[in-house]
Design a protein around this ligand. Structure first.
Ligand code: OGA
Ligand code: MN
Length: 300
């Protein structure tokens, strides 16, 4: 079956079939890479990737900052985590629109998420097109936003869903301890709570395409030079405006599906599901290029 790329009925996203991600030829990789830059979210149904296969595919796009990490409410022994479990609170946080690793010194390039077990309903993932959102803003608003910068912190965003710094740190430690790859996952941990969080402009010019995108999401807060309440109102208003049709893509997971997205161009979030059902996902993350994804207040 030949490689087929079918654009979704939205400003972003495409479904890609007729290809094995763990055995891509150079020509297929070039086509997938071009589609990734154009559509920003690629859905690959029925891949059933192994950890090694998922890491090998992701590795073609750059250096991995997370290898093959379970993002799961099911423990290795098959029991389910309670909603109050610190790790579950981290996953609950993922139900807010965000872009991966914006709270680290070097933000993420791409993420790959695959489903091993999907709930019978709910638990979808959604993506929103921040290129289209930026383009849809009135010219005067773009001019006002362009010079602004916001801080990004996981401690800030987790506090918004009721998790304190200690719980957030515990959850991150546990996530580290769960890793399935044999070596380190450099850079997953956040900055210390008392470190200065990374500062990032509200507009991100894509390093490969040159297309500007609104760069906000739940980790962003505290626009420099602005009253905190005014900053919150502006940032949440931008997310509300941006994450609407036709800029939103929803994927309902089947076990075996893999999805890759461009964190430099889209926001994403998980949708809720019944916590009595297992949802077992594996996440691999490709680090951003330090030359273009380093925070403005951190050394490249
Ligand atoms: C992620 C994430 C959302 C989901 O993998 O980075 O935010 O639907 N996932 O699990
Ligand atoms: Mn995420």
């Amino acid at each position: 079956m030949a490689l087929n790329i079918s654009p979704a009925d939205a400003t972003l996203g495409a479904v890609v079939t007729g290809v094995r991600l763990d055995a891509l030829s150079e020509a297929e990789f070039a086509a997938v890479h071009a589609a990734f830059l154009e559509h920003a979210v690629l859905i690959f149904p029925g891949q059933h990737l192994s950890d090694a296969g998922q890491m090998a595919f992701a590795g073609r796009f750059g250096t991995l900052s997370i290898k093959a990490q379970p993002f799961s409410n099911e423990r290795a022994d098959g029991s389910l985590r309670e909603p109050a479990d610190p790790l579950m609170q981290l996953f609950r946080g993922n139900e807010g629109w965000h872009t991966d690793s914006s709270f680290q010194s070097v933000s993420a390039k791409a993420s790959i998420l695959s489903a091993r077990k999907a709930p019978s309903r709910g638990g979808e993932t959604e993506w929103a097109d921040m290129r289209a959102a930026w383009a849809a803003l009135p010219e005067a608003e773009r001019a006002r936003l362009a010079p602004l910068e916001a801080y990004h912190s996981l401690y800030h965003s987790q506090s918004e869903v009721g998790q304190g710094n200690t719980g957030t740190r515990d959850a991150l430690r546990e996530l580290h301890g769960q890793r399935t790859a044999d070596d380190d996952q450099p850079g997953y941990s956040t900055t210390d709570a008392d470190d200065t969080p990374p500062l990032r402009p509200l507009v991100k010019v894509h390093p490969d395409t040159g297309v500007p995108a609104l760069y906000v999401g739940r980790h962003a807060y505290g626009i420099v030079g602005m009253d905190p309440a005014e900053s919150d109102t502006l940032l949440s208003g931008l997310v509300d405006f941006a994450c609407q049709a036709p800029r939103v893509l929803t994927h309902t997971w089947q076990p075996g599906d893999a999805v890759m997205w461009d964190n430099r161009a889209v926001l994403h979030r998980a949708r809720p599901w019944d916590p009595n059902e297992a949802r077992v996902m594996f996440h691999t993350r490709v680090a951003g290029d330090p030359a273009t994804e380093t925070a403005s207040n951190k050394a490249a």
